[in-house]
Design a protein around this ligand. Sequence first.
Ligand code: PLP
Length: 341
Amino acid sequence: MHTDFRSDTVTKPSKEMKAFMMDAPVGDDVFQEDPTVNQLEQFAADYFGMEAALYCSSGTQTNQIAINVHCRPGDEVICSKDAHIYFYEGGGIAKNSGSSTHLLSGDRGRITAADVLAGIKDPNNPHYPLTTLVSIEDTMNRGGGAIYDFNEIKAIRKICLENKLPLHLDGARLFNALVENNVPPKAYAAQFDSISICLSKGLGAPVGSVLLGKKDFIHRARRARKVMGGGMRQAGIIAAGGLYALQNNIERLREDHKNAQELGTALNNLTWVEKVLPVETNIVVAQLSKTVNLPELIAKCAEKDLHFMAFGEQTIRMVTHLDVNTDNINYAISVLKKIKI
Ligand SMILES: *Cc1c(COP(=O)(O)O)cnc(C)c1O
């Protein structure tokens, strides 16, 4: 049974989503004349109580645009050493914005207000780069889908306000956090100056992310998007998939979390699994015993049409999403139980 846990990006648009996309009115979005893109941006902004939104091609692009608007060359961004913006965006902070990073550790990638405070450099000391941005990620991918404590976010926000620093959220999987912690989206979003959300992960849209912020911020982000080659024309055809996803696929993320729990429990019971990170959302990260040949394990499972990724040394990641159901979970568990490694 085809079972693909490599990422929640592997989802394919459903029949209903495709029909919605086919019928979407379109126009030239660089002229801001695409009704579907405009509707998506308005919907996302309203959902989070933010002033404005910008539809972009990917989460990497929304993050990089946000950093580009917040930072000048020579500036410094405070984030986790495991942050997607640092670890998985091709050195974009340096390349696109000429800025450097101050990397914090944190518990499974979740940085603390105390560490942020300690990391802010004295702006009056000319030796130091200027700290101009703090960025956090919720849920935290490399932390195994860990959710931030909302009180810690508020504490980080307070430190940022006291030091006049904008706070960015890489919310590629924000909805996975919000269906679990039950924080109202507007109360959550109010803590941030800019937020990136992905439509192409667990929500199941084929393409796109949305950047949220104040009107003036989004105005500047639109320019940065164009400069980075991200101005799209009749983008409504893909934005419609994102709109459909926001309107239909948020609540069902709980099913993904339940499936991930089951997978995590099963992995924990395997003799060749050393440790499974606590499963809080749709990501299961397992550390394997030293005896396991990781490439061989992945290849043998792939032969059975069960797919997942290596996630560092002796570690695997499995991600649940709307294209895996309980049958897939049961199939995966039976394959993993039988596999000889
Ligand atoms: C997937 C992801 C992104 C954006 O990825 P794209 O593939 O560029 O859309 C950003 N942050 C996190 C935490 C992610 O998991």
